[in-house]
Design a protein around this ligand. Structure first.
Ligand code: CA
Length: 227
């Protein structure tokens, strides 16, 4: 079963919402239609057919679906070499689900029950970074630049600011390389002072773990190997 809403203003982002529970799906389609052209699929097989048939700007996948699971659907989307950003919905406390969702290729997740303002903010962030579909390992942690987030080995989501995200994007672009403060300033904080670099390294460490970034004495910083 699907529910297509065509005839919306040109340029509005197209969203596919894969959710089997009719009450939740109905509300979600109604609320999200303010911002997006929303298609709805009631199971993973229908969702996959729709993803392969037309281009979406962002996809929301419920983890618990009858038949093909949300994680199987996400894996199939990535196997098809589609880089469309995917946000997975998971149940409260299902930490393993979140980690396996990210491993399967989701860019972000949100725990049910969620606030629609939060969902819209996350979807806008995913669309801004459209096509990146990028997950980077930092030791046992996961960094998703598109979602501006770090995930701990236990699956805890740590939101990052834009500047913190850019700093980690630079460091993870060449994990073996030691970046000098000057290099980091040029790329991330043009016109800033060296102390700005140290401050942002401190912010990222404080909200995640000190081992996320290594200090190389007298040379600069590189990505660490946190466990
Ligand atoms: Ca469900």
């Amino acid at each position: 079963m699907s529910n297509s809403r065509d005839g919306q203003p040109v340029g509005r982002a197209r969203l596919l919402y894969v959710e089997d529970e009719p009450d939740i799906a109905e509300i979600a389609v109604e609320v999200l239609s303010d911002d997006f052209v929303v298609d709805h699929a009631a199971d993973g097989e229908a969702g996959l057919r729709m993803v392969l048939a037309r281009r979406y700007d962002v996809i929301v996948v419920d983890r618990r679906l009858p038949g093909m699971s949300g994680i199987e659907l996400i894996r199939a989307i990535r196997t098809a070499r589609l880089a469309t950003p995917v946000l997975m919905l998971t149940a409260l406390g299902a930490v393993d689900d979140r980690v396996s969702g990210l491993d399967a290729g989701a860019d972000d997740y949100l725990v049910k029950p969620f606030d629609f303002a939060e969902l819209r903010a996350r979807l806008r962030a995913l669309i801004r970074g459209r096509g990146v579909g990028d997950r980077r390992e930092i030791g046992d942690w996961l960094f998703t630049p598109v979602a501006q987030a770090l995930y701990s080995p236990a699956g805890e989501r740590i939101p990052l600011t834009s500047a913190e995200t850019e700093l980690l994007e630079l460091l993870t672009s060449s994990p073996e390389h030691v970046f000098s403060r000057e290099e980091i300033l040029d790329s991330v904080f043009p016109g800033g002072a060296a102390a700005t670099v140290d401050a942002y390294v401190h912010y990222v460490r404080r909200k995640s773990t000190p081992e996320i970034i290594d200090t190389v004495r007298a040379r600069g910083y590189r990505t660490g190997t946190p466990r």
